[in-house]
Design a protein around this ligand. Structure first.
Ligand code: HXC
Length: 273
């Protein structure tokens, strides 16, 4: 999509970079020449991913840490600067979620998800934002969810935190615009081969029901989300800030108030739920 070597000489930090959508974004950035810091709680997937990414001829620093810990976030940023001397891009992708009725959520369950999604995103954004402002610019991308602005049951903790991240992004896009720091949101719908779909909707019939409600007739592919992330992080989006790019095959728009005769009756070909 972007020209070869577009990110050469630049450094991206991706939380949750060892698996799922974070790993797909890291892969696409590496293919386009970026050096990478990939962070996550579990060392093993980070090391595995780092080995693969180095195959693109870029440098990769895996950091095992928890975004809920502000001191660990600062230590990660310090180590990244000591290793690479700069951080040009930040992708706040680390998230936590599970399906639960709002009335049944314990205090600890609420805190577990809001700490990862809202506080973790904030700690990383503030620490890296200071670096970017000092350096004269940068690009921050927060991964959202349609639940953050469109009602949906059984995830009030995640939806509340992601909605706050959307507000955070828009606020900082304005506050940091003069510093040439762009802040955008990329909101994927259900994406194949990710923990989110497998964990939240493990049953095949639930997945088929979701697909039936998607105008595009299939789940997103991880690479489609990664391509869009690279665009928003790139110079081609130099005038894009405070945006929320929704990539969900049109699902959040609903199926319309009239029956849609063009809606696929079957999952689109090539779909891999
Ligand atoms: C009810 C649950 C629960 C569940 C955990 N809890 N899972 N309650 N149903 N399925 C409760 C626990 O009982 C505990 O409360 C509290 O949450 C903390 O649980 P821990 O396991 O101790 O926390 P922790 O190890 O920090 O795990 C965090 C987590 C976990 C969020 C709970 O699921 C996680 O780390 N997930 C990361 C991966 C992930 O979720 N990816 C999907 C992101 S999808 P008590 O009171 O018992 O102590 C996404 C977008 C959604 O964000 C888009 C949808 C299409």
């Amino acid at each position: 999509m972007l020209p070869d070597g577009h990110f050469a000489g630049r450094v991206a930090l991706i939380t949750g970079g060892g698996t799922g959508i974070g790993q797909a974004i890291a892969t696409q950035l590496a293919a386009l020449g970026a050096d990478l810091v990939i962070a996550g709680r579990r060392r093993e997937p980070l090391e595995d991913t780092a080995r693969t990414l180095r195959g693109y001829g870029v440098k990769v620093l895996p950091v095992a840490m928890d975004v809920r810990d502000a001191e660990a976030v600062q230590a990660m940023v310090d180590t990244s600067l000591a290793t690479f001397g700069r951080i040009d891009m930040l992708v706040n992708n680390a998230a936590g979620n599970f399906r639960a009725p709002a009335v049944a959520l314990s205090e600890n369950a609420w805190r577990a998800v809001t700490d990862i999604v809202l506080h973790g995103t904030w700690f990383c954004t503030q620490a890296v934002g200071r670096v970017m402002i000092e350096a004269g610019g940068g690009s921050i991308l927060n991964i959202g969810t349609v639940g953050g602005f469109h009602g949906g049951p059984l995830a009030v903790h995640s939806a509340s935190a992601k909605g706050a991240v959307l507000a955070m992004s828009r606020t900082l896009a304005v506050e940091w615009g003069a510093h040439r720091v762009r802040v955008n949101v990329l909101t994927p719908g259900a994406t194949a081969d990710t923990g989110a779909v497998g964990q939240l909707f493990p049953e095949a019939d639930a997945q088929q029901r979701i697909i039936a409600a998607i105008p595009a007739g299939r789940f997103a592919r991880r690479e489609e989300i990664a391509d869009a992330a690279c665009y928003l992080l790139s110079d081609y989006a130099a005038y894009v800030t405070g945006a929320n790019l929704v990539i969900d095959g049109g699902k959040w728009l609903g199926r319309g108030h009239l029956d849609n005769p063009n809606r696929p009756a079957q999952p689109a070909q090539g779909d891999t739920p």
